[in-house]
Design a protein around this ligand. Structure first.
Ligand SMILES: Cc1cc2nc3c(=O)[nH]c(=O)nc-3n(C[C@H](O)[C@H](O)[C@H](O)COP(=O)(O)O)c2cc1C
Length: 334
């Protein structure tokens, strides 16, 4: 019989649940580019090079964002299991894929707000459908800014006077990507999947097919020529926020990933929904223009649209055992 490894004095069932929750983090095209190595006193987080997306993400920046988000979920799950996680980013483990290691710092005392974030892990989904026109309250906007700040990142709300310029940049970036055959092939390999897939984006969760007149051009996950039903129009004034780092480094990417997850879970816990519009950041020229639009001193990491909407369904994930470096291990004979 194969069994899940254990660590920190937790049972293998508790560890499996923690890894399963870590794997519910968002990732580009739902590629789930993380792997975990579990030792009795240590959990290592590794990038999974077999899940790189070189056309969209040649420098692995978004891979590190996704792994940072998975790390944040793991932190919450360990705290929930009464273990205080002590994290080192980019440890010198000898493996170039190593992104973080987590040790136990004794018993945890999770704050009530972190318990709410833990409970939001399974409720957070990308919401690619139109939002309702209800604005996001000032109180919630403050909470989102604080969430990013708590993880050493910055959240910059796009101001009314910046929207026109940003809209143009997003369209330009999308056109540049869709004109690139390598990008289109890579995207096509991950989208339009059947509902029983364990990775990539199922066609049923693609959201409405983007159309040229859309103000905020969404990435086309529909993988087909289907036109969208009449009346499915996107809201014209979503809350748009840019998650930024102060530096441009691998460590900053991992921190931004943790901030992305803290802010997205905070939004979920407050009844908000969100989706990402990453084209503008993936294309270097438009990313540089976005950086200048924001004042020139920050590194843009993610553009999110946040608002109110009906809940979306969950995108499938691999089993926790598939996310381990060595898979589940053979149990010793009883
Ligand atoms: C770095 C990064 C970039 C992403 N970019 C986009 C995007 O441009 N458009 C989009 O609809 N979703 C985007 N996503 C969301 C993923 O498609 C989504 O997380 C994945 O399909 C899993 O679904 P879930 O978020 O509902 O769990 C991005 C996610 C990450 C982490």
């Amino acid at each position: 019989m194969r069994t899940f490894p254990a660590a920190f004095g937790l049972t293998s069932g508790q560890l499996e649940q923690a890894i399963r929750l870590a794997g519910m983090a968002p990732s580009l095209h739902n590629s789930q580019p993380w792997r975990f190595r579990i030792l009795p006193h240590l959990i290592e987080l590794h990038a999974d090079p077999g899940r790189r997306l070189p056309a969209a993400d040649p420098e692995d920046r978004e891979l590190r964002l996704a792994c940072g988000a998975a790390l944040f979920n793991l932190r919450l799950a360990l705290e929930h299991a009464d273990i205080r996680p002590v994290v080192s980013l980019l440890p010198h483990l000898g493996a170039s894929t190593a992104l973080a290691e987590v040790r136990s710092g004794g018993r945890a005392h999770p704050r009530p707000e972190d318990t709410q974030l833990y409970e939001a892990i399974t409720e957070r989904h990308s919401h690619r459908n139109p939002f309702r026109d209800t604005p996001v309250s000032i109180e919630n906007r403050h909470l989102l800014v604080n969430a990013a700040h708590e993880e050493h990142a910055l959240l910059r709300e796009v101001q009314a006077g910046e929207r026109g310029a940003l809209e143009g940049l997003v369209h330009r970036a999308n056109r540049a990507q869709m004109a690139n055959a390598r990008f289109r092939e890579e995207l096509a390999a991950w989208v339009g999947r059947a509902d029983d897939t364990t990775e990539g984006v199922p066609a049923s969760l693609a959201g409405p097919k983007p159309e040229p007149q859309d103000q905020w051009v969404h990435r086309d996950f529909t993988a087909g020529p289907t036109s969208r039903s009449p009346g499915t129009e996107f809201e014209s004034h979503p809350l748009l926020v840019v998650l930024c780092s102060q530096h441009d480094s691998r460590e900053a990417d991992l921190r931004a990933g943790q901030a992305l997850q803290r802010l997205w879970l905070t939004a979920t816990a407050r009844g908000l929904v969100a989706s990402m519009l990453s084209q503008v950041i993936e294309v270097p020229e438009t990313c540089e223009e976005l950086r200048r639009l924001l004042g020139g001193s920050v590194t843009p990491q993610a553009l999110l649209r946040i608002g109110h909407g009906a809940p979306s369904a969950a995108t499938p994930r691999r089993d926790a055992g598939d996310m381990l470096v060595n898979g589940a291990i053979e149990a010793s004979e009883p």
